[in-house]
Ligand binder design. Sequence first.
Ligand SMILES: [Zn+2]
Length: 397
Amino acid sequence: MRHPSAFAALCVGTLALCGVAPAYADTSGGGGATYVATPKIKKVVCLRKCASKGRAQAGSTIVLKGTAFTGANEVNFHGSYGESDDASVRVRSGSDRRVLARVPVGAISGPISIATGDGVSSPLSRPVAILPPPPPEPNTELSPVPGVSAMETGTSRTKAYVGARKAVTFSFRLSGATPASLSVELVRASDGTAVRTWAPEGVVPGEVNSVSWDGRLGKSAARAGRYSFRLTTASADGSRATSAQTGEIQRDAFDLYDHIFPVRGRHDFGGANADFGSGRSGHSHQGHDVFAKCGVPLVAARGGRVQYAGYHGAAGNYMVIDGAGTSVDYAYMHMVSPSPFRAGDRVYTGQRIGEVGETGNAVGCHLHFEMWGAPGWYEGGDPFDPLPSLRAWDGWS
Ligand SMILES: [Zn+2]
């Protein structure tokens, strides 16, 4: 269970996608199955525009070395747990053993795979470290748009979390003539798509206007990654002005993350005994222990509904949150005091839920943290190793 969801995602449906070698794909459209070798990634190195120490970041060119790459046309970056942080990029096949790929904005550390046009995907590679792109430039006060004299814009934050209470707010002020039309677009950096558009009415030059976004697209949580706001005006004579050019990923931009690291203070991930699966009397450890001083604030890594809050002789004060928009339940144990929440309460991502403690069967102050896959915590799901996710969240929050 190194990477359960990505593996599950690859293994839904056809055998050919399950990385079972050799795979067969019907390419003839009417004849028998044609043998297609399963590509396999053996090594990934950063070639160009790398971050420090040759590590990859968004925009870097990486080299995949392996076998059976002929026909490969897509590289998938699986990130941490779940599909919401996955990213992919189209590639031109290089040779059977070597392919170049550009790391897309939004790709985060984790295993990668390569897929052919026939729908055959390689097994997951070893995790590849991908440093985040340079953060967006903070622009929390209105500032003039370079080269556009009649426009000022600002964005309230450069980091946002899915399911958080605080929305991202984009503000703008125009000067000069009243525009004939005006729109604000939310642009996803990974592919340049405007995923949301607002058309504020009654905009008067000289006044500050704003739109807010809560991290949702329709009823679903948006994919993690970089987004930016783009204001476009058109005057009566048809001339247009825009606050950001295509490909802009800095101005009025922010990064949307799907989780926040739950321990909000100095911490460490403990020794082998802290690991998922390590031995306990009569059972194995179902979570990972994160050590921090007692009293360090704990926040919900992902918001949702409180499934359970109470006291248990081993777990101490603990609570379980059914993560909104995920198939995961999150358990927090050994908290100093009983949770202020009750089953059924809504909790936002990043909302304080308690403090690190050592209640119950705990040696030293720590958070015992569990993640359970569908259908959930003691509802038929199974716990899985949360450490890769914890490390990823710790990297950005
Ligand atoms: Zn533990």
